[in-house]
Design a protein around this ligand. Structure first.
Ligand code: AMP
Length: 381
């Protein structure tokens, strides 16, 4: 593949915040950005050069889009596989469609991981209520039923605590194919954001530690508080996954660290990840710049950590009583504000994030959490 150099146009399927932060980096490096999604005035569209508004199923529009760009990547893994295949007939798409095909479907993803020797929690494919009951009997009552396809941030999931829960869980899933997973009593959740280029060079951001609230990422920090052994294992598993899938671009591996110090892969994201947002301010080359470099055939950038950092997500809930007090949160001068340009602040919707840098990861968590609290504190009191 020839290198795609600055002034070329990078196409992006999807138009959310990941595409926005990618577009900002791409434009900084002199690229043009063309985003494709069914919505208009999107987080990505607001900073892109061109915004195509069309359904992913509109394959004529996809072909037209693919013919106007020099390479295509994506920021959203639920872009239909057929859409990516259509684009790939005209122009290179990275990561390639097969990677997306596996990562967008829990069953294919878990099957790929276990068949290739990567550690995952016990799981079963479930198509009927009968199969669910058998699966629960096999892997244990404490389990989670998840839709096989489209799902994120805990959507399309039902916890099972007893055999009696099977019927309600099955009804809740509302899909004809699901995955039953054994519940993991984890110590913590961590992730490794990594990149791989066309020549097979690999770069990673070490281990990032993540805390969720209501299944949505709440706070991430780097470096994670894990042993050297766990750190090396997580990185080697990630390297193995990217190599096996021949990923070109960025991929994130989410892990559970169990109480007996074992790593289990929870999910793959074939793109930059919410837990990697702190790489913008805390590492030499961010996950978004890395995605750009990898898909354009440029050398990968340094993933050296400049300073320990923490990131706190800002959900729409913070807007419930009006615009948050950004000035109060920014009083601490190491705090950085990132907003995604979303007009409607719904509860649970990711509106932006704060990043704080400090001497230690623990200190940065304290600063970023305090700053987030100040967003809604009444300063007059
Ligand atoms: P997911 O969308 O599958 O990544 O799930 C969202 C969150 O739900 C995870 O980050 C965990 O906090 C929790 N979760 C998902 N699967 C399991 C599991 N098998 N055991 C325990 N917690 C889980």
């Amino acid at each position: 593949m020839k290198q795609i150099l600055p002034n070329s146009t990078v196409g992006v399927f999807g138009s959310g915040q990941l595409g926005r932060m990618f577009a900002i980096e791409a434009r900084q490096m002199g690229y043009r950005v063309h985003t494709f999604s069914p919505e208009s005035d999107t987080p990505t569209g607001q900073v892109a050069d061109y915004e195509t508004v069309a359904e992913y199923e509109d394959l004529d529009a996809v072909e037209k889009f693919a013919k106007t760009v020099d390479v295509v990547t994506f920021e959203f893994e639920n872009v239909p596989f057929e859409t990516v295949e259509k684009a790939a007939q005209s122009i290179a798409v990275f990561p390639r469609g097969e990677v997306l095909h596996i990562a967008q479907h829990r069953l294919r993803e878990k099957t790929f991981l276990s068949q290739n020797g990567f550690p995952v929690t016990a799981f079963r494919r479930v198509k009927t209520l009968e199969e669910l009951k058998i699966a629960v009997a096999e892997i244990g009552v404490l389990s989670i039923l998840k839709t096989a396809g489209f799902g994120y941030d805990g959507k399309g999931q039902a916890k099972i605590k007893s055999l009696e829960d099977c019927e309600t869980a099955f009804a809740q899933i509302k899909e004809n194919e699901a995955v039953l997973e054994a519940f993991v009593d984890f110590e913590k959740e961590v992730s490794v954001v990594a990149a791989r280029d066309l020549e097979g060079n690999f770069a990673h951001y070490g281990v990032i530690e993540n805390a969720h609230k209501n299944h949505i990422l709440d706070v991430s920090f780097a470096p994670a508080l894990v042993s050297e052994k766990i750190k090396n294992e997580a990185i080697e598993i990630t390297r193995g996954i990217l190599e096996t899938l021949e990923v070109v671009g960025v991929m994130t591996v989410e892990f559970f660290l169990t109480k007996d110090e074992k790593l289990l892969v929870n999910e793959l994201a074939p793109r930059p990840h919410n837990s990697g947002h702190l790489t913008i301010d805390a590492f030499i080359c961010s996950q978004f710049e890395q995605q750009l470099r990898a898909v354009c055939g440029l050398p990968l950038g340094s993933t050296e950590l400049l300073r320990p950092a923490a990131m706190a997500n800002l959900l729409g809930d913070l807007w419930q009583n009006g615009e948050p007090n950004f000035a109060a949160a920014l009083k601490n001068e190491t705090v950085k504000l990132h907003l995604y340009g979303k007009q409607e602040a719904r509860c649970g919707r990711k509106m932006g994030h704060l990043t704080a840098l400090a001497e230690t990861a623990e200190a940065s968590v304290k600063i970023v959490e305090k700053a987030r609290k100040l967003l809604t504190a009444d300063l007059r009191r």
